[in-house]
Design a binder for this molecule. Structure first.
Ligand code: GAL
Length: 385
């Protein structure tokens, strides 16, 4: 009798287990039809997307999402991962686009820091060009370099070429003759004092790094309508943004560059253009912790950039809905262009679990606005081919 009871119990448990398995698989294999900011975002393999600090490149109706492959910690153990999608909701893991190197002498050796990769296409050389923030192994964030790699396919593999401290030996276009002259007190100033702030705004670190090249940490890329490309990066000890023109092949700097918001402490730049106006979203400077985003606009890429305040509106806008900007994606549909704010909700205790905050960005009264949505869809269910 007792045995029959056990068999019955076993069969019931088995049936229940199979039922649960069936439903969870059915749920997993269902296609995503909307964005759910901050939720686990499973790829077509049912794994949380691992493409942090990302950027998107679109070609022939296929979107490629490049981002930092994170482990529990933030050092590059793998490299840059790439996912593909035709609808922006469902992403297929296409593998590692740029691998960290096994060679201990390589600048991108495993254990270096590879952050915020962005990819653009160069018509002339027919190269896909990736730039990323690079910190050399064992040096924390001291190196402050930007690295470049190329590939003949958007899927990679990308081949690492070199890294830069941008614009060595070149003064910014918005720098006066006076500002080029060092002052005796330059090296003696104590951080955060009023004298230091004034000196910083007047180019203290531009002068310090003139010969070796300017620091480059959080960065993004932007290609203008005429094909000119720009590298936008946090420089001067993260106190000032620089916008620098890239050479025709997008693999180096022309030496034409400008300072944006000297002493403004802008990080995480994301830039887009609507009509003839350039817009930029940035964050403040609080590491992995979120802070109020900032927004700017300009009629020339080199500025002046007008400050428009925090684009995030409503509850939790003071921490940008617990996110930090990484990219603004224009989505061109049959009737319109809409914009997606892409941000990272970092999880420094377990980086691989960092979440993605994608929200609609609208321009209202000439200002970018981002509002929270628990779930949302693009206006047209399928973007234009
Ligand atoms: C953030 C930056 C991230 C990462 C982090 C390291 O401010 O936006 O990309 O560099 O600092 O602490």
């Amino acid at each position: 009798m007792a045995n029959i009871q056990y068999v019955k119990k076993f069969l019931m448990l088995l049936f229940f287990g199979l039922l649960c398995g069936y439903f969870s698989n059915a749920q997993l294999s269902e296609k995503h039809t909307y964005f759910s900011p901050g939720s686990l975002w499973l790829d077509t393999n049912h794994e949380h997307i691992n493409a942090h600090g990302g950027g998107i490149f679109e070609e022939d109706g296929i979107y490629y999402w490049y981002g930092e492959h994170k482990n529990k910690n933030s050092l590059a153990q793998v490299g840059v991962r790439v996912y593909s999608s035709t609808d922006l909701y469902n992403w297929t893991n296409e593998g590692v686009a740029l691998s960290g190197s096994e060679d201990p002498d390589s600048e991108i050796t495993i254990g270096s820091v590879i952050e915020r990769p962005k990819v653009i296409y160069n018509e002339k050389t027919q190269n896909y060009v990736m730039w990323f923030h690079l910190e050399l192994k064992g040096q924390g964030y001291a190196a402050a370099r930007t690295g470049v790699a190329t590939s003949k396919s958007p899927m990679g593999p990308f081949t690492y070429l070199k890294s830069y401290r941008p614009n060595a030996g070149q003064w910014p276009i918005n720098f006066s003759e006076d500002q080029k002259l060092s002052s005796a007190s330059d090296n003696k100033l104590e951080w955060w004092t009023p004298e230091w702030t004034t000196a910083l705004k007047n180019g203290l670190y531009v002068r310090r790094d003139f010969k070796e090249g300017q620091m480059s940490r959080d960065m993004t890329l932007f290609v203008d309508d005429d094909g000119s490309a720009y590298h936008i990066h946090s420089s001067e000890e993260n106190q000032t943004l620089h916008i620098a023109e890239l050479t025709d092949d997008y693999l180096g700097f022309t030496g034409k560059w400008a300072r944006i918001q000297p002493g403004g402490q802008n990080e995480a730049p994301a830039i887009f253009k609507k009509g003839s106006t350039y817009y930029m979203i940035t964050s403040g400077l609080t590491g992995w912790a979120p802070n109020p985003a900032r927004s700017f606009k300009a009629t020339s890429i080199f500025g002046p950039w007008e400050s428009l305040g925090n684009p995030a509106k409503g509850k939790h806008s003071n921490v940008t809905f617990h996110s930090q900007s990484t990219f603004i994606l224009p989505v061109v549909s049959k009737t319109d262009t809409s914009y997606i704010y892409m941000g990272d909700r970092w999880n420094p205790k377990n980086h691989i679990d960092g979440r993605y905050i994608w929200l609609p960005l609208e321009i209202n009264n000439g200002k970018p606005e981002i509002k929270w949505q628990d779930t949302w869809q693009l206006q047209e269910s399928t973007p234009a081919e």
